[in-house]
Ligand binder design. Structure first.
Ligand code: FAD
Length: 491
């Protein structure tokens, strides 16, 4: 008999899992708290402008291709390789680094600050490649039933990588590069995982290899939200329904079987199998009331940055600004050490700027620009009150105007700000943490909240806070792993 699956959450993890399962013959339906699909990968349309609200590029494009192949569909969106990957500007200098994938071209820009950059970079990437080849398929793309099976798998990894387990990202980068500019630029990718190079394990330096050599970064034609629109359309063809404005707030169980979930209107949702795309740690605490995931215990876990995001419509063009840009200060270490704990860092903010209309003219009216800023800030455990958000945003916009030699403040015709309070309330993200649980050693692999429930045999999880971790391609892997589990259960 056809088994029914209820997916809780229409983030990319939930949608991808729903399609994989529908294609395998399950009867799937989705419920979503918000009025549109996408979760953190979302879109805001306002005042004639279109903004991607969260992710602005992705790596490991082959995970999307694999998804399309698995579902026997054409990938429902087009992506474009970025080169330069992004630009970096420090407040200490007017110079803008362009992060080209061509290492020779990249090295040219470091010739005054880092002697032999090209040789060092090639060595660094060679190590990243070895790490990638020796870990990604063996460790990251696997399900673990126990810590024991995870440790056995780790033992299969080439022991040459053992010393790296005792270093952080920054320490690893410092072994290859000596200048501040090179060290800070190369270790920026740790921020993409939502933490800093000082508390991200060195094993993630494999990401530098994925950035520069293995695959690169990609934009989506028409904006990132095309990914969601494309998958939703494929789901429609499979008769998968999505019920919006429906939030799960409670449950009814029968021993080790979850009987049904209950929404805010007291409606009961029954199915043979449930896949939770809501945060895997906080759902266990808030809805299933598991003591191991109580608010107190959740607060003690290590979470990724709270994002402060700004969506701006400008009535002018910014030809001097590329599509993806990082603006850093001159106190990298001090900033990184304080960023998650105090709001003091917000006086001299570090931030990312995306000019969506640069390659997608349809996202802004003629002669205008659609801009998206992300500034990493403390989550709500460390900064509860955001009444000062306008002041903080003004300091970012003033700093940006100085860096690009153009005052954008009088040009603003549309402005929207999301603080960690908004991120928390919109998507049930714990304390407004943007990327979910961090990737410290004791929160990855079998130590991450599992993709199967500890109590209910018919409940599974997909998404950023379960295995393998956060980011769009990794969430696609997460959907593959959970489907493997569900299929195994059915046999
Ligand atoms: C500002 C920002 C920038 C980012 N940039 C990038 C980037 O450039 N590249 C990249 O690869 N990644 C990026 N990420 C990370 C990426 O967005 C996430 O890893 C990914 O989108 C997570 O998808 P998900 O399906 O796990 O969760 P979500 O997108 O959070 O989806 C979960 C869904 O479940 C719903 N939900 C929650 N609770 C309930 C409930 N009780 N009942 C019903 N529905 C519920 C939510 O509303 C949501 O729609 C960024 C994240 C942020 C916040």
């Amino acid at each position: 008999m056809q088994k029914s699956v209820l997916v809780v959450g229409a983030g990319i993890g939930g949608l991808a899992t729903a399609l994989r399962l529908a294609k395998r013959g399950y009867k799937v339906e989705i419920i979503e708290k918000n009025s549109q699909a996408g979760g953190r990968l979302n879109q805001l349309k306002k005042d004639g402008f279109t903004f991607d609200t969260g992710p602005s590029f992705f790596s490991m494009s082959y995970e999307f291709k694999e998804f399309a192949k698995d579902c026997n569909i054409e990938l429902p969106f087009k992506y474009i390789a970025l080169d330069p990957l992004y630009t970096v500007n420090f407040s200490r200098s007017p110079k803008t680094y362009r992060l080209y994938k061509d290492i020779h071209k990249l090295a040219e820009q470091f010739k005054d600050v880092e002697p032999d950059f090209e040789i060092k970079m090639r060595k660094y990437l060679k190590n990243g490649k070895a790490l990638f080849n020796d870990t990604v398929d063996i460790v990251i793309k696997e399900n673990y039933n126990s810590v024991f099976s995870y440790l056995i798998t780790l033992m299969k990894v080439n022991p040459v990588h053992l010393p790296i387990l005792f270093r952080n990202f920054w320490q690893q980068v410092c072994r290859y590069f000596s200048s501040d500019d090179a060290r800070e630029i190369i270790s920026l990718v740790a921020f993409f995982l939502g933490r800093t190079p000082f508390d991200t394990p060195a094993v993630y330096t494999l990401l530098s290899y994925t950035e520069f050599e293995h695959d690169g970064y990609f934009n989506v034609e028409g904006g990132m939200y095309k990914i969601i629109e494309g998958i939703v359309e494929e789901l429609r063809k499979e008769n998968v329904t999505i019920t919006y404005n429906t939030e799960i707030v409670d449950f009814v169980a029968n021993g080790r079987k979850l009987d049904c979930l209950v929404d805010q209107n007291n409606r009961q949702w029954k199915s043979d199998i449930v896949v939770v795309n809501s945060d895997a740690a906080s759902f266990r605490g808030r809805i299933f009331k598991r003591p191991k995931f109580s608010m107190e215990k959740l607060d003690k876990m290590e979470w990724t940055m709270g994002p402060l995001t700004i969506y701006l419509g400008l009535k002018c063009k910014l030809p001097q600004v590329e599509h993806h840009n990082y603006y850093l200060g001159d106190n990298f270490k001090e900033y990184a050490n304080k960023i998650f704990q105090t709001s003091g860092t917000l006086q001299k903010p570090y931030y990312y700027v995306n000019v969506l209309s640069r390659n997608n003219p349809g996202c802004a009216p003629e002669g205008c620009e659609s801009l998206f800023f992300v500034c990493p800030v403390p989550d709500l455990r460390f900064k509860k009150n955001w009444d000062d958000k306008d002041e903080i945003v003004n300091s970012i916009l003033t700093d940006f105007s100085k860096r690009i030699n153009q005052d954008i403040l009088p040009e603003i015709v549309s402005k929207t700000i999301y603080t960690p309070v908004d991120w928390q309330n919109q998507y049930n993200l714990h304390r407004g943490s943007g990327l979910g649980l961090s990737h410290k050693m004791l929160q990855i692999g079998a130590f991450r909240p599992t993709n199967f429930d500890e109590v209910f045999k018919n409940v599974f999880y997909v998404g950023a806070s379960t295995v393998p971790g956060t980011g769009l391609p990794i969430t696609m892997i997460s959907s593959k792993l959970v489907v493997k589990r569900i299929e195994k259960m059915g046999k």
